[in-house]
Design a protein around this ligand. Sequence first.
Ligand code: SF4
Length: 395
Amino acid sequence: MGCSKWYMSGGEPMLRPDFGEIFDYVTYKAMYYSLNTNGTLITPEIARLLRRKGAKMVVLYGATRDVHDHITRISGSFDSALQGLAYLKEWGAGFIVQIIPMKDNYHQFRDMVSLAQSLSPQWRIGASWLYLSACGDHDKNNEIMRQRLEPKDVIKIESPDPSYHEWTEEDDGHRYAHVNENDRLLDSCIQSRREFHIDPYGQMTFCSFIKDPNLRYDLRKGRFTECWEDFIPSLSDKVKGGGDFLEDCGSCELRKDCRWCPAYGYLEHGKYNAKVEYLCDVAKENRNFKDDWIKNHRRYYHIAGITIQVDSDLPREITLRGGETFSQRADEQINVKIGNAGGVNLIFNGEPLGPLGGPGKIVRLSLTKSGYEFKTRDEFDAPGSRGEATPADSH
Ligand code: SF4
């Protein structure tokens, strides 16, 4: 087929007894490959094969044996995965640890990150939210829904980069929900296709997320070129948005903040044009995060007729000159470091706080709904202590 890049995934690809043979064949001439595995079936022989340059992603569902095995429902899977990783290390085959946070392991999220970091210099979050299974099994999908994180946690672990998104959205309009004027929901994916997906049963289509049997081509009964040149392009006309789409995602003001795509609509409700309620909640959190970030991190400077926009992750720093004032409103807390306590009059919730220190004295304060308290340097600089301003009205 002349493919230079291969992506191998599952389920678990190593369940196939001929995995080594297939891997050897497809990667022998490949420029790039990536492989997703749970690591439990990696043997020394497979580890030796996996030395070939490419991305090997091994998944972890917990930081401890009990949590990982509870999620996989396979006793011993944690130990087997670590054994597989040990084989990879022994053979010098670098790998990426993927962690999948969900309800039943989120309490040890930080430990999962630490474990991943101790196992490999490369790690990533494999999925910050869980989409439903195409099998349509009611119990299985209910359990997947139960395991979904709170939307605010999804955004916490995979925070948007507001500046970056603004740039890319200017370029392509919307990252997730491209829909053309002809109401063809899958058109942009099909027109821009450079990849195809073949499942273990020889069913081919343009995207691994498309599980609908009507949009897959049986390679055992036809030819690859026919699928690529005729069948896949013909799918554009098969999936239209219609009135439902226009009422929901098609006219949604959160679309730019939403991860929705037609394939997720299908997996969730069996309809490509359906909204995914969980993603609506994630999109709202995403929008809130971006709005807060811009409020607290973006500043504009007007210099010689030019407006300069500055986005910074650093806390906001202000230099006041004699007689100048500055006010800040917050929902929960404001942390303030004052470089010259003798030169500042601080008014909090309308009340002057009085002298905070002498000239040149540095003080650190935490202002909350219940009042204010002085902080030591260590307390003030501790991770997470510089909470964003947000319900006490603080001035
Ligand atoms: S899934 Fe919800 S938030 Fe996302 S585009 Fe559709 S209606 Fe809007």
